[in-house]
Write a protein that binds this ligand. Sequence first.
Ligand SMILES: CCCCC/C=C\C/C=C\CCC/C=C/C(=O)SCCNC(=O)CCNC(=O)[C@H](O)C(C)(C)COP(=O)(O)OP(=O)(O)OC[C@H]1O[C@@H](n2cnc3c(N)ncnc32)[C@H](O)[C@@H]1OP(=O)(O)O
Length: 282
Amino acid sequence: MLRSQTKLMDLGRRLCRSIGNNNGSNLTMVEVDDKTGIATLTLNKPPVNSCNLELLLDLNESIKQIERNGSRGLILTSSNDKVFSSGLDLNELHQPNQDRLIAFWRALQDMWLSLFLSRVPTAAAINGHAIAVGCVLATACEYRVMLPGFSIGIHATKFGYVVPPFILISYLSVLPRYIAERALLQGKLFSIDEALHVNLIDEVADGKSDAIIKCAKFIGSFAKTQPDARALTKRQTRAQDVQLLIKDPEGQLRESLEYINTPFFQQGLEVYLAKLKSKSKE
Ligand SMILES: CCCCC/C=C\C/C=C\CCC/C=C/C(=O)SCCNC(=O)CCNC(=O)[C@H](O)C(C)(C)COP(=O)(O)OP(=O)(O)OC[C@H]1O[C@@H](n2cnc3c(N)ncnc32)[C@H](O)[C@@H]1OP(=O)(O)O
């Protein structure tokens, strides 16, 4: 690598400062670019960023921290170069301790609301597979840039999971209804070309740094808007989508828990988890 290139990269690094989210965990990392004021929020739970209770709480705290510290935007990405997020940690749903399950599902609902309604511009640099809730994280953002060779989508019905309304809504907020419905019913995972074709993603990048640059450019497109006016307009635009979860979070929680605790769901999950484990040993 040329010395001038190395120098440029070092400079880039120096311009970023890490900010903690006060809980001392490294499950997510936040770096703010001093020049642009944009925060990069990196999912960092090996091996595949599956969302367990701790990651969801951490992610929510980081989203709030980014808003509190006056960042100009949020870019969500992953420290894993193959997986953006593998969705919910299925171990949280399998034969769950009921108190932990309640905390887990509440954390999921709260985190989704924080990201979906974030007052700052949000973009996802999808540098790996984005499966189920991994896709939901991306669609909660306002813009999506993805790297080739990976899949994105919600394939829940293939494995016997009914999706809760807020997951459905997050799909419907970016896809036309007929495409969202068909994809959900088929349990479809989109290739990058398919995702671009239906506008599930906005752009393709040829590497993670290119994806981050493209996300930053999108965020920069709001430079001339007044932040409070932008934030309130976004909230109004999305108000109907969040109505159910804001008006009756406990009802939504109850409905999901009832479903997760059914023998039907638990048996299906057991089979799926066993398949997943045997695949990873191949
Ligand atoms: C009537 C009203 C109804 C209301 C309904 C309410 C509630 C319904 C409840 C739930 C359904 C909601 C919808 C579902 C949302 C979800 O997000 S479910 C999660 C779905 N995700 C997946 O299925 C992803 C599965 N994983 C993969 O496909 C692959 O792992 C991969 C992401 C493509 C990465 O592949 P690779 O890099 O090859 O890694 P491995 O497969 O080897 O995996 C490494 C280890 O990680 C474990 N793992 C992977 N994903 C998960 C996960 N999601 N949860 C837990 N663990 C996971 C995998 O088993 C390996 O572990 P070991 O190394 O074997 O220990």
